[in-house]
Design a protein around this ligand. Structure first.
Ligand SMILES: Nc1ncnc2c1ncn2[C@@H]1O[C@H](COP(=O)(O)OP(=O)(O)O)[C@@H](O)[C@H]1O
Ligand SMILES: [Mg+2]
Length: 367
């Protein structure tokens, strides 16, 4: 059993609260990604699991054992960092074998474990090379190999792909998925990159200012973000947000109104928003839920807005169209063939089945 359990974990650096009351269960064999902006406490959290940082308050269990006072070497974990720091004068084989030799493993055992890791990582042909004779991706694989040969209960990875160029990062992402499937081991993976989080995680834990915001499967976080921060952080381009107010007319119609437009809320949502009538809310909609009104044939749960094109970005497979209506700006994901010109009128249709509403005060999702 190699689950990791954090209970009310805190970390204080003098008067800085780096980690605030995090409770989180990482299941056996799970690939869990901790994601959040720089400085939010990801590395500190991981270092507390590793034992490299003392826990100020709370408890961490690995398996069934409380590890608060267990030194790192006895925690049965292996950590992979962004800077893979291979020994430059040692061949790949020796880089991987080094830790095992230090721990006094027998030669045969070391040979077997390095061979097994080399097989998993496709490094068999490279065991006699020096790090300088390897590409960035190969070096990162050796760094993973050093961790794999230890047969840890849990892998802790801190932005391990950040030093690679964009193309290699995408390749290594796929490889990590494959490696995890082969190893069947718990992985706690830290990144600031939401795409990495979405693509790698069985589940994602989103952190802001040392506090856990939401933990769930990637698709659930994407479809039903718990608050405005998560909604804006996960997804590219970021979700569109518009501040406004909910109103109810005499005939029972509920509207969202901002300085630039007004739209009818779908009747199916009236009950959910009943407590917010007359209150300020933030309306959210993703770029892919805004369509070209000229070609969209939907008739229910939609709103049409008469926007003007500001500018466009061709992404290859799609076009991002930046439009405005009054003082509000929206970005819409359109077909790559879309050729709407800057300054032209462009009616858009919002799919209100995909709308989000956030409490203006505490930023929590209302629907
Ligand atoms: N050794 C330290 N001493 C004082 N403050 C620290 C130390 N390590 C981290 N911090 C602070 O704790 C917060 C979280 O840092 P960190 O965990 O490294 O964030 P992340 O990995 O998410 O970028 C930051 O405000 C950082 O400045
Ligand atoms: Mg960090």
């Amino acid at each position: 059993m190699a689950r990791v359990l954090l209970s009310n974990v805190h970390k204080f650096f003098d008067d800085v609260v780096a980690v605030k009351d995090i409770s989180l269960e990482i299941k056996d064999k799970e690939f869990l990604v901790l994601v959040g902006p720089s400085g939010c406490g990801k590395t500190t959290t991981l270092r507390m699991v590793a034992g490299l940082e003392e826990i100020s308050k709370g408890e961490i269990k690995i398996g069934d054992r409380v590890v608060n006072d267990v030194p790192p070497k006895d925690r049965n974990i292996a950590m992979v960092f962004q800077s893979y720091a291979l020994y430059p004068h040692m061949k790949v084989y020796d880089n991987m074998a080094f830790g095992l030799r230090l721990r006094g493993h027998k030669k045969k055992e070391i040979d077997d474990r390095v061979a097994e890791a080399a097989e998993i990582l496709e490094l068999k042909e490279l065991l006699d090379r020096l790090p300088k004779q390897l590409s960035g991706g190969q070096r990162q694989r050796v760094a993973l190999g050093r961790a794999i040969v230890r047969h840890p209960q849990v892998f802790l990875m801190d932005e391990p792909l950040s030093n690679l160029d964009a193309k290699l990062r995408v390749q290594m992402r796929a490889e990590l998925k494959r490696i995890h499937a082969k190893l069947q081991t718990t992985i706690v993976y830290v990144t600031h990159d939401q795409v990495e989080a979405m693509t790698l995680g069985d589940r994602i834990a989103v952190i802001l200012n040392g506090e856990l915001q939401q933990v769930d499967k990637p698709i659930i976080i994407y479809e039903t973000p718990a608050n405005r921060f998560v909604a804006g952080f996960i997804g590219t381009p970021p979700m569109n947000f518009i501040k406004g107010k909910l109103e109810k007319s005499a005939d029972g119609n509920v509207t969202f109104e901002c300085s630039s437009f007004k739209l009818n809320m779908p009747p199916s949502l009236h009950e959910n928003v009943a407590n917010y009538i007359g209150k300020e809310v933030t309306f959210g909609i993703r770029a892919e839920d805004i369509h070209d009104a000229k070609i969209c044939r939907w008739t229910q749960d939609i709103a049409t807005l008469e926007t003007k094109v500001d500018f466009r970005e061709l992404m290859g497979s799609e076009t991002l169209l930046y439009v405005k209506i009054g003082g509000e700006h929206l970005v819409a994901k359109m077909d790559a063939m879309n050729d709407a010109m800057s300054g032209s009128n462009f009616p858009v249709m919002l799919n209100l089945r995909k709308l989000h509403l956030f409490d203006h005060q505490n930023q929590k999702a209302i629907i």
